[in-house]
Design a binder for this molecule. Structure first.
Ligand SMILES: *Cc1c(COP(=O)(O)O)cnc(C)c1O
Length: 227
């Protein structure tokens, strides 16, 4: 075998996943396992699912399609806004996608209607890291659009911090996310299954005793791989 090489110990990854699923579960938080750093490796994804990970997140539609072909048994989530040129493939293979743009939501709805399926939508909210998401002031209008469009299912709202401009998850921004989820539910008389607090950068906030509030979902990649 040539070098350098990467040795992956699936039993250690299984341990990491079990530990995180169990500890977060005690706080009412479910985990999407983000496989993008492994290019959607099927052995790792299977290990995660066996350890109790309930859904898989990917940034590349190619990886979602390849995983679907291996018969992944849990829903797959595109953790980025779909490109308009890939909407057909996203609706065909990803159960859910993360979204910020009305134009993309309209394309997803048209495509889901044509394909005769329902597509789940997580609306991302910008909470200071300036990477992605809808401004809080615009969230209600985009939620209203999502609820009005055919064949879309509003799964909830999410945030992604600790990525671009060094804004880490903390009591203030996570509380804001919780408040936004509650406000949307009241305004539209709906139940939002997911309040998706973020990525591995959310774990220090929780470990320090942060109150999850409405946050009941995280998208974890790095923490599952490195422990
Ligand atoms: C990459 C990514 C994640 C996972 O991030 P980790 O730091 O690997 O846990 C979660 N959400 C989104 C939107 C991402 O792009």
């Amino acid at each position: 075998m040539s070098a350098p090489r990467l040795e992956i110990h699936l039993e250690r990854l299984q341990h990491n996943a079990r530990t995180l699923v169990e500890r977060l579960g005690q706080q009412g938080i479910t985990v999407t396992g983000v496989s993008k750093a492994t290019l959607g490796d099927a052995d790792i994804v299977r290990t995660w699912v066996g350890a109790g990970i309930g859904s898989i997140g990917e940034s590349r539609i190619e990886s979602i399609e390849a995983l679907a072909a291996t018969g992944v048994s849990v829903p797959m989530l595109l953790i980025r806004a779909p490109m308009l040129s890939q909407v057909e493939r996203v609706v065909a293979h990803a159960a859910i996608s993360c979204n910020s743009e009305p134009l993309v939501l309209e394309a997803l709805a048209r495509t889901a209607e044509r394909q005769g399926v329902r597509h789940g939508v997580v609306l991302m909210v910008e909470l200071g890291d300036l990477r992605e998401g809808i401004l809080a002031a615009d969230l209600e209008a985009v939620a209203q659009l999502t609820l009005a469009l055919p064949n879309l299912e509003l799964m909830g709202i999410g945030a992604n911090l600790g990525c671009q401009h060094g804004v880490a998850p903390d009591a203030r921004n996570m509380d804001e996310l919780s408040c936004l989820a509650t406000a949307l539910e009241r305004r539209f008389s709906v139940h939002l299954p997911w309040c998706s607090g973020g990525n591995s950068a959310n774990l220090p906030w929780l470990a320090a005793g942060g109150d999850p509030g409405r946050v009941n979902h995280l998208r974890l990649g790095e923490a599952l791989l490195l422990g």
